[in-house]
Design a protein around this ligand. Structure first.
Ligand SMILES: *Cc1c(COP(=O)(O)O)cnc(C)c1O
Length: 370
């Protein structure tokens, strides 16, 4: 049996013929940037997340970067302020901080959740700390009671990196409304993905929303009038149309992922493999990735490949060990993050994975002998 990691063509085909019809209508309209498709999607995604404002932008990195930039423009952050961020994240999270001349303070994850360990927040905090940037890694909500209490006691901003967690629900609220602002990516492989690059910011803060909207459109609220030295980062009409067709299916797609994760968690029984925790609050995890761990990862990966099962590693090199950041990030040792990077392996999980395929992956994993 051949099991690709993520057959995007097949996943998007589930949305036909509506997808092609809506894209064709957008093409035929003759209006491709900042039009009614963008407004429609922004409204429905804001409603979905439970916030009043959504601003489409070019990609997830820009969404994160524009949030920090807007807080700088508003005078709420200033250059050199410290932002607490998990060390085991995708590099985009850290780039958004450093590109704004803010200082990332890398914190280890809790091994059981892969997410920022709230017990380490206090030690990571200094007089310069102004924000926490939790990443809902692999689709699991990273916000906790302790994190929110800590942030409110110290008056820290909470900015969510929700690029992997579209639709996750924590304490009755969606990812995207758990802090001051949230960044989403609609990169094709995300739980809600478009047909190219795309992203969005969600927030309850009207002033922040207006600054972000202007910053992503050359710093302009009004055509040819520029209040900021902005950038060009917009979600185009064809991507917005695509996302409007796919958003109504997101909860159902996430539920399929959850059922697969439940089967993996119950049925993979091999003492050589460490499985991710299935959270008690089931909807707090949308299983963007199902990440197992093994201290014989390369052998496991080769074995799975021979059996036709494609896997990926998220992520093989943490940001602080990348050449891009060599000598540029101070930290006092990140052994948990570095060890995880050696052991993690993502196995297929997506809405078109069949029951037979899931059974096959389980059977093959159970037969693995290192
Ligand atoms: C995908 C991703 C991003 C960046 O999104 P792009 O749209 O690729 O720029 C940021 N953070 C995390 C955690 C991601 O997974």
């Amino acid at each position: 049996m051949k099991i690709p990691f993520l057959p995007l063509g097949q996943i998007n085909a589930c949305y036909e013929p509506a997808l092609s019809q809506r894209i064709t209508a957008a093409v035929d309209s003759g209006w491709y940037i900042l039009g009614k498709e963008l407004r429609a999607f922004e409204t429905s995604f804001a409603d979905f997340c439970g916030v009043p404002f959504c601003i489409g932008c070019g990609n997830g990195l820009d969404a994160l970067t524009l949030i920090f930039r807007a807080y700088l423009e508003l005078g709420i952050l200033k250059e050199g302020d410290e932002v607490i961020v998990p060390a085991n994240t995708y590099i985009a999270t850290v780039l958004a901080i450093t590109q704004n001349r803010l200082t990332p303070v890398l914190v280890e994850p809790a091994v059981s959740t892969f997410n920022l360990d709230s017990r380490l927040l206090s030690a990571a905090c200094s007089s310069k700390t102004r924000a926490i940037l939790p990443v809902h890694l692999y689709g699991r909500a990273a916000v906790t009671e302790e994190l929110l209490d800590f942030a409110s006691r110290r008056r820290l901003l909470v900015i969510e990196d929700a690029a992997q967690a579209h639709g996750a629900v924590w304490d009755g609220k969606r990812a995207g409304c758990l802090g001051g602002a949230a960044a989403f990516s609609f990169y094709p492989g995300k739980n809600l993905g478009c047909l190219g690059d795309g992203g969005a910011v969600t927030t309850r803060n009207e002033e922040l929303a207006q600054v972000i909207r202007a910053l992503g459109n050359y710093g302009s609220h009004e055509k040819y009038v520029n209040d900021y030295q902005g950038v060009n980062s917009r979600l185009d009409e064809i991507q917005a149309a695509t996302l409007s067709v796919k958003l109504p299916g997101l909860d159902a797609d996430n539920e399929i992922r959850r059922q697969i994760a439940l089967r993996y968690t119950r049925e993979i029984q091999n003492e050589n493999l460490i499985l991710p925790e299935f959270p008690a609050a089931a909807r707090s995890h949308v299983w963007h990735l199902y990440v197992i761990r093994s201290n014989r990862r390369e052998k496991l990966r080769t074995y799975l490949k021979e059996k036709g099962i494609e896997t990926l590693i998220h992520y093989p090199i943490p940001p602080h060990l990348q050449k891009a950041y060599a000598g540029k990030i101070t930290h006092s040792g990140l052994p948990i993050t570095e060890n995880m990077a050696q052991e993690v392996l993502s196995i297929p999980i997506h809405p078109v994975l069949t029951g037979d395929q899931v059974s096959y992956v389980i059977e093959v994993l159970n037969a693995f002998r290192p």
